[in-house]
Write a protein that binds this ligand. Structure first.
Ligand SMILES: NC(=O)c1ccc[n+]([C@@H]2O[C@H](COP(=O)([O-])OP(=O)(O)OC[C@H]3O[C@@H](n4cnc5c(N)ncnc54)[C@H](OP(=O)(O)O)[C@@H]3O)[C@@H](O)[C@H]2O)c1
Length: 219
């Protein structure tokens, strides 16, 4: 059993969620409010190590009313600095790492009240992450990037809905919505996508696309 998984992101018209320098401020105020409303509805928000380091997000609910979800970080080598906002006291944080993590970093984080789970030898198994969250009573989670983390969940067919805001920008080279090996043709993906809704942002210029992810048999 696993929680229901939303993959949520804002991307440019050319499918970038960040520029080649790590710039990722793409959402208009309306989209930001929608993102925070979603955070308030789920039990946890999951991000990868690069997003934690580059963006230093709080992952709390500030632009809408509601409670903060748990914050979940996937960091195979436990290389994120402990001074990140993610480790403040505004919401519980769980870190999934591997045996590659230096023991003193594990101890340091645990000493600060952060739960650290060793979930693999080299790679964190996303299925393990979802199973652990489900076991803690969490029934819906959001994967909030970046590209590599999105790929880790989507390529294993562990996403139920993709909610992507297309923003009126083009960045060229940068970080894609998913950063992985990719597929030679659209038929090679282990899933198909069914468009559920298109909502235009009040700001103009932006459209929120929601897709249901349908896993192919055997995926
Ligand atoms: N526009 C948006 O909505 C949005 C949202 C979020 C992020 N972003 C942007 O996305 C960019 C970062 O994306 P990214 O693709 O570079 O990185 P990312 O997905 O944030 O983090 C990737 C790193 O996380 C660790 N990781 C992820 N999955 C793992 C697994 N299964 N097992 C072990 N480790 C795992 C790895 O660290 P190790 O290599 O150390 O093992 C990996 O290098 C940032 O610039 C950020 O601003 C944009």
């Amino acid at each position: 059993m696993r929680p229901y998984v939303y993959l949520v992101s804002a991307m440019t018209v050319d499918g970038r969620i960040a520029s080649k320098t790590g710039y990722s401020r793409l959402s208009c105020p309306h989209d930001l409010r929608r993102l925070h409303e979603m955070r308030a509805r789920v039990d946890a928000v999951i991000i990868g190590a690069n997003t934690a380091i580059i963006d230093n997000p709080r992952l709390t609910v500030r632009h809408a009313p509601g409670r903060n979800p748990a914050r979940v970080l996937i960091d195979g080598a436990l290389r994120v600095p402990t001074a990140l906002r993610l480790f403040d006291s505004s919401a519980p944080t769980i870190v999934f790492t591997t045996r590659r993590a230096p023991e003193e970093r594990v101890r340091e984080l645990r000493g600060r009240g952060v739960e650290v789970v060793i979930a693999g030898d080299e790679l964190v198994d996303p299925r393990h992450v979802l199973r652990e969250l489900y076991a803690r009573g969490m029934r819906s989670v959001m994967v909030e990037g970046g590209g590599r983390t999105n790929w880790e969940f989507l390529s294993r067919c562990l996403v139920d809905e993709i909610v992507v805001t297309v923003t009126p920008y083009v960045l060229g080279r940068g970080v894609s919505l998913v950063e992985g090996d990719g597929y030679p043709t659209v038929g090679d993906a282990p899933f198909s996508l069914e468009l559920l809704s298109v909502v235009l942002c009040e700001c103009g210029g932006e459209a929120v696309l929601t897709y249901r992810v349908r896993c192919r048999e055997g995926a």
